[in-house]
Each structure stands twice: as structure tokens, then as C-alpha cells.
Design a protein around this ligand. Structure first.
Ligand SMILES: Nc1ncnc2c1ncn2[C@@H]1O[C@H](COP(=O)(O)OP(=O)(O)O)[C@@H](O)[C@H]1O
Ligand SMILES: [Mg+2]
Length: 494
């Protein structure tokens, strides 16, 4: 055997590394990750969306020495398999370079540490021109000419990043400054959500001197937000913490809060899991196909905290904007979903029932709030049970009660939920004439029982008028009303 080094051809590899799929906002978020990992408490984003726009990201983090900066500029500066500090938001040793150059052709980094200021740049045109992996370095005078570089003089340590030549955005628009403005506003929105927990804990991020407000997807400032019980899953000895929240009913959310939560429409589409890696939001608004996104649970959101020590378990991508979770984590998240969905439904149904005060429907299954959640119990006020209670002896009534208790205890909530989520539950059709006939015949048998036992027929018909499922079929309702009239007329005649 012999060996021969095969160095990648710089112009083509550096060009292809631009196409990892970053958007403007995910690229900037990746640079903010680096500032947070470097313990920055203040991050300033400065940009002038003019004809040749630039973007500066400045932080007051630990900064880098000349050697550290040189290493940081290297593609693949850190081995992704190396164990990282548990606060580190980095992953592949590519973000700084690939995120920046996915949007523009020139990345200048200036960093200050131990009183020393150093600077290097990747300039794609220079790499193409020389055909080599050549960084550009700058003298003190050259550094002094960079816009807003004086920000570094006010801090003990920190890093200044200057991005320019936004060729990708330029190529896709007829009006560069307008499109750039739009990018900046989407970026602000994105950062306010993705880093909301850092901002809430005191991190200051400014875009052109305007402070970014945190966008808390759980509306924890609203006292009507329900906090559900936290649960933990342990995977390989590492802890994943799940905390479900139920957002308040829409009527209890102010317009300002609604906008913060992503708007009325997003309340529905952005339900689901909110997955954080080291408090940084990675994926959100998905149930991973465990649940359908429908009206029922649009208020449920589950916060999931995963430490970076579990990176190897999930296929987190370089730009950290998508990640595939392993089945073992998803499976364990099921319980948290179940609880939050049931509770979310409660917010809706109770509202729905209250609104029906002039039309008191008796539901067969009643949802009853108990200490840790809800239980479904059989409503003992429905006419079928009343008529038995009126006619059976004590022993038989006890038997009936015990049967119902056993039914209630074994309500198959988990199986029902799973089938419902998969869309396997058959919905009963309303105003189906065959169904009406079946219900009517069934009702007649019960009225026969009422008659044979000399119970109050009109009273029972009235009860049936308001009980499920008879109340859902207009044809059955009309027939019941006719019967009531008939009995009322004949009782008057007597
Ligand atoms: N703003 C910054 N402040 C201090 N160090 C930084 C900063 N940005 C990048 N670095 C250093 O450069 C390294 C490479 O960054 P990056 O290419 O984003 O890869 P990763 O974040 O995956 O390590 C980081 O690990 C860090 O040591
Ligand atoms: Mg990084």
C-alpha cells in the first residue's frame, strides 16, 4: 500500500458548502448560537439595507485569540463527535463559515481577547481566483476602517462579524434593499422565538438599536395558561424534560399577546412539541404525526428540553433547523401529548357547553375534573337510567350502579386516543334516514317500558328530546314532539 494526500479543490468545495439549505434567518441564528456559546450577554446586529447591504453581528462574549480565530475559520474546526461543554450550541465546526457564506461572498471576523485584536476573512472571490484555501488577514489600520468597529473598544473581549456581497439575495430580486428589509424583519421574528428563553433570562439582542422582545410560545405571562405536570424521560442516563401547556381560550388572549404567539392562524398551525436543545428552540409546531393538527387541540404545546449530550441520538442537521428524533424519544413523548390534548379539549368543550344554556343537552359521557386531570363518567340523569332506577329494586339498582362504575373505570382512553390520532374512528353520520329509523325503534322500545311500568310518558319523551344521540337527529326530534303533543291532547281530553 502507499498513501497519497487528496486535498479538496477549494473553489468547488467552498462553493458547494454554500448550499446546505440555510435561509437568511437560520444563518443569522447560527451565528447568534456562537455568541451565546461564547457567553455573550449583549449582541448587536447592525445593517443598512442599501444598494450594497451589509450585516454586522457584534457580541461581548469571550472573544478569540489570533490562534483561536484561525482555528475557528477552518472548515470543520471542531470534531462533531467530540464531547462539548454542556452549554455549547455548536455542533459540526462549520456554522460560522457555512452559515455566513450561504448568504454572502465575504465574511470578515474581528475578535478581541486578552487585549489583542485579530482578524481574518474568507473571501469567496479570492478563493476562486487563487484556487487555494487562503484566508485574508488584516493590519490594525485596515481593521480600523471597518464600519462600527469601535464597538470592540468598549468591551474587554468580544467578536465582530461583518458580512457583505449578498449575491444570493441580489440574484433573486429586482429591489435589493426592499428584499433585504424583509429579510431583516423575518430574521427579527425568528430570533425572538428561537432564543426567547435566553432573552427572558437577560440576553440582550438589538437589531439596529431596537431591542428584540422574547416571543414566548406558551404565553406564560397570561394567568389563564394552564401548566400541566412535568414529566421526564431518561435516555442513556440523560434526562429529557417534557412540560405541556394549554394556552388560554382565544377570548382570553389580547391582540398584542396573539401577535406575540404568532397570530391567530398560527395558534392552530404552531401547536405541538417545542423542542429545545440547550434552551435553543430547534423544531416547533409539530406532533410528529402522533396527532392530527385540528381544532381540537390547537391550544396545546409541549416544551421538550433535550441536552446536547444526546446529539448523537438524533439526526440534527448542520443548520439546526430540522432534526429527526429517534422513535424511542417520540414514543415516550406520547404520554405528554395525551395529557395536553385532553386538557386542551376541555377548554373548548366546557366553553361550548356553557354557550348552550337555553338548550340543555344531557351528554351520555360527562367529563369531570379530578385532581390530576379529567375522568369520563356516565351521566346518571339520562332517561334510560332514570327509568331503571324508578322500576328496579334496591339490589338491582346496586348491580346497575356497579356495572356502570366498571364501565367508567375501564374507559379505553389511551386506545381511543391512538385510534383518533390515526383517524381510525368512524364518525356517526347525522340525518342518515336508516340511523333515524333505528333510533326511533329503539326509543319506542324504551317508551313501551315506560308505559308498561306506568311511568310518566310525557316526562320521559321530554327527557329524550334533550339527550344524546336522539337530540342530534332532527327527524327523531320531530317525531318525539309529535308524540308529546298527541299525549298532551289526549290527557286534556280526559
Ligand atoms: N462569536 C464567537 N465568539 C467566540 N468564539 C466563537 C464565536 N464564533 C465562533 N467561535 C469559535 O469558533 C468555533 C467554530 O464555530 P462554528 O464554525 O460555528 O462551529 P461550532 O459552533 O459547531 O463549533 C466555535 O467552536 C468557537 O470556538
Ligand atoms: Mg456554531
Amino acid at each position: 500500500m502507499f498513501k497519497e494526500e487528496c486535498i479538496p479543490y477549494a473553489p468547488s468545495l467552498i462553493e458547494s458548502m454554500r448550499s446546505l439549505g440555510y435561509s437568511f434567518q437560520t444563518a443569522v441564528a447560527d451565528l447568534i448560537d456562537n455568541s451565546i456559546s461564547a457567553e455573550a450577554t449583549k449582541i448587536k446586529i447592525i445593517s443598512e439595507p442599501q444598494n450594497n447591504p451589509y450585516l454586522i453581528i457584534f457580541d461581548n462574549g469571550t472573544g478569540m485569540t489570533k490562534e483561536e480565530l484561525y482555528e475557528a475559520m477552518r472548515y470543520g474546526s471542531t470534531n462533531p463527535l467530540e464531547k462539548r461543554n454542556d452549554k455549547d450550541l455548536g455542533r459540526f465546526g462549520l456554522g460560522l463559515k457555512s452559515a455566513s457564506l450561504s448568504q454572502c461572498r465575504k465574511l470578515v471576523v474581528v475578535s478581541k481577547k486578552n487585549g489583542e485584536i485579530s482578524s481574518f476573512a474568507w473571501d469567496l472571490d479570492y478563493v476562486v481566483q487563487t484556487g487555494q484555501w487562503l484566508l485574508k488577514g488584516f493590519s490594525a489600520e485596515e481593521i480600523d476602517s471597518f464600519p462600527y468597529i469601535n464597538l470592540l473598544s468598549d468591551v474587554k473581549s468580544g467578536t465582530y462579524i461583518y458580512l457583505s456581497e449578498f449575491d444570493r439575495i441580489k440574484a433573486g430580486t429586482g429591489n435589493l434593499s426592499e428584499t433585504f428589509c424583509k429579510c431583516l424583519s423575518e430574521m427579527t421574528n425568528h430570533l425572538s422565538l428561537v432564543f426567547h428563553r435566553f432573552i427572558e433570562e437577560g440576553l440582550n439582542i438589538e437589531v439596529n438599536n431596537a431591542v428584540i422582545e422574547p416571543r414566548d410560545p406558551f404565553l406564560l405571562n397570561n394567568s389563564a395558561t394552564q401548566r400541566k405536570k412535568e414529566s421526564c424521560i431518561y435516555i442513556d442516563g440523560q434526562k429529557i424534560v417534557l412540560k405541556p401547556f394549554i394556552l388560554p381560550h382565544l377570548s382570553k388572549i389580547s391582540d398584542k399577546e396573539m401577535a406575540k404567539a404568532g397570530g391567530r392562524e398560527n395558534l392552530k398551525t404552531e401547536q405541538g412539541f417545542y423542542i429545545y436543545r440547550n434552551k435553543r428552540l430547534i423544531i416547533w409546531g409539530t406532533w410528529f404525526r402522533l396527532e392530527r393538527k385540528d381544532e381540537l387541540n390547537k391550544l396545546a404545546r409541549v416544551r421538550v428540553d433535550i441536552p446536547n449530550s444526546l446529539d448523537y441520538m438524533w439526526a440534527i442537521d448542520i443548520k439546526k433547523s430540522t432534526a429527526a428524533l429517534p422513535d424511542i424519544i417520540k414514543k415516550n413523548m406520547y404520554n405528554a401529548v395525551y395529557e395536553s390534548v385532553v386538557a386542551s379539549e376541555a377548554v373548548h368543550t366546557f366553553r361550548g357547553r356553557k354557550e348552550k344554556t337555553n338548550n340543555d343537552i344531557e351528554y351520555i359521557w360527562e367529563k369531570i375534573k379530578v385532581r390530576d386531570g379529567y375522568r369520563y363518567l356516565i351521566n346518571r340523569n339520562i332517561p334510560q337510567i332514570k327509568m331503571l332506577e324508578e322500576t328496579l329494586d334496591d339490589k338491582q339498582i346496586k348491580m346497575l350502579d356497579s356495572i356502570m362504575n366498571r364501565f367508567e373505570e375501564s374507559f379505553p382512553s389511551a386506545a381511543l386516543y391512538a385510534d383518533y390520532a390515526k383517524g381510525n374512528i368512524e364518525e356517526s353520520k347525522s340525518d342518515d334516514s336508516e340511523k333515524c329509523e333505528e333510533l326511533w325503534n329503539d326509543l319506542q322500545r324504551q317508551i313501551d317500558y315506560v308505559k308498561n311500568n306506568n311511568l310518566d310518558i310525557i316526562n320521559y319523551y321530554n327527557m329524550f328530546l334533550n339527550v344524546e344521540p336522539y337530540c342530534n337527529y332532527s327527524e327523531v326530534q320531530n317525531k318525539i314532539k309529535e308524540e308529546i303533543e298527541k299525549y298532551e291532547r289526549s290527557s286534556k281530553n280526559i
